[in-house]
Design a protein around this ligand. Structure first.
Ligand code: ADP
Ligand code: MG
Length: 262
């Protein structure tokens, strides 16, 4: 691990803040938050519900403007950032193939190339036989694989994932974590991954950032002590349990803060 020639960060947030509404109903959702994500790094962010995690990701994806501070993405190519939403965000009226091709269509990749790339990603995610199906016919886990295939098909420079496995049952979640681990270790895509699962963050992340209660700031950073390539087997390691406990100690106070009405 450890790059001897550190490259400038791909993503940098400086005193980033966001409020919603105005007057007495004004909500401070995020920040001021500082964050740097290095090229090729898989960064996980955990934090209590409502602390501004989705707000952070939406700003990074360019879907939302910050109220204060800035978020810069230093792109090396003209490849886009790709976002996977908590609710998958796939289109029920498009076939699976058309869903996966969507980002390529937006990039005006010629149809033949786009189809080939979309089919390639479908088969990598075990969905080759479902290209012509519609999302309504798929299970939750398959729908989530479609969303992942769609995001990866554009070969994004940065992958932004907002609790992508939150709606899945525990077994499926574990399987998809392992798949994503393998996939991202092959592609080395710079990834910002939001989750409320400490286990998920430790399995996947080069580092885990802990956010405070709303308005979310970065409270702490931990680096899971597992070399890459790693597999899901690290879940059984003693260091895994120790780190999970440590992260929970950091997070617990914040979760309680959020549970008390302001
Ligand atoms: P998280 O993803 O960590 O659960 P969010 O980023 O979704 O948190 O929300 C942070 C806070 O901002 C919450 O209090 C939420 O209600 C509020 N919020 C988010 N989006 C909006 C919006 N569009 N309008 C008003 N309030 C919002
Ligand atoms: Mg959220």
């Amino acid at each position: 691990m450890g790059d001897p020639h550190p490259t400038p960060p791909t993503l940098r947030a400086t005193a980033l803040g966001r409020t919603f509404g105005r007057g007495p109903g004004k909500v401070s959702a995020l920040g001021p938050l500082d964050l740097e994500v290095a090229r090729g790094e898989f960064t996980c962010v955990v934090g209590p519900s409502g602390c501004g995690k989705s707000t952070l990701l939406r700003i990074a994806a360019g879907l939302l403007r910050p109220s204060t501070g800035r978020l810069e993405i230093r792109a090396e190519t003209d490849r886009p950032a790709a976002m996977i939403f908590q609710d998958y965000g796939i289109y029920d009226w498009k076939s699976v193939l058309a869903n996966v091709r969507f980002g390529l269509d937006v990039q005006r990749v010629p149809r033949k190339d786009a189809d080939a790339r979309a089919r390639d990603w479908l088969s990598r995610l075990g969905l080759a036989d479902f290209a012509d199906a519609y999302p309504a016919a798929l299970s939750g886990g398959m729908r989530q694989r479609v969303a992942i295939a769609r995001a990866l098909a554009v070969e994004p420079e940065i992958l932004l994932m907002d609790e992508p496995f939150a709606a899945l049952d525990a077994q499926l979640r574990t399987i998809l974590q392992d798949e994503l681990l393998e996939l991202t270790q092959t592609t080395r895509t710079t990834t910002l991954f939001i989750t409320h699962s400490l286990e998920e963050a430790i399995v996947l992340g080069d580092r885990v950032l802990v956010m405070s209660a709303r308005p979310g700031r970065i409270l702490a950073e931990r680096r899971p002590p597992f070399a890459r390539p790693r597999s899901g087997d690290i879940r059984d390691a003693a260091e895994f349990a120790a780190l999970k406990r440590e992260l929970w100690d950091l997070l617990r106070g914040e979760v309680r803060t959020e549970a008390v009405p302001a």
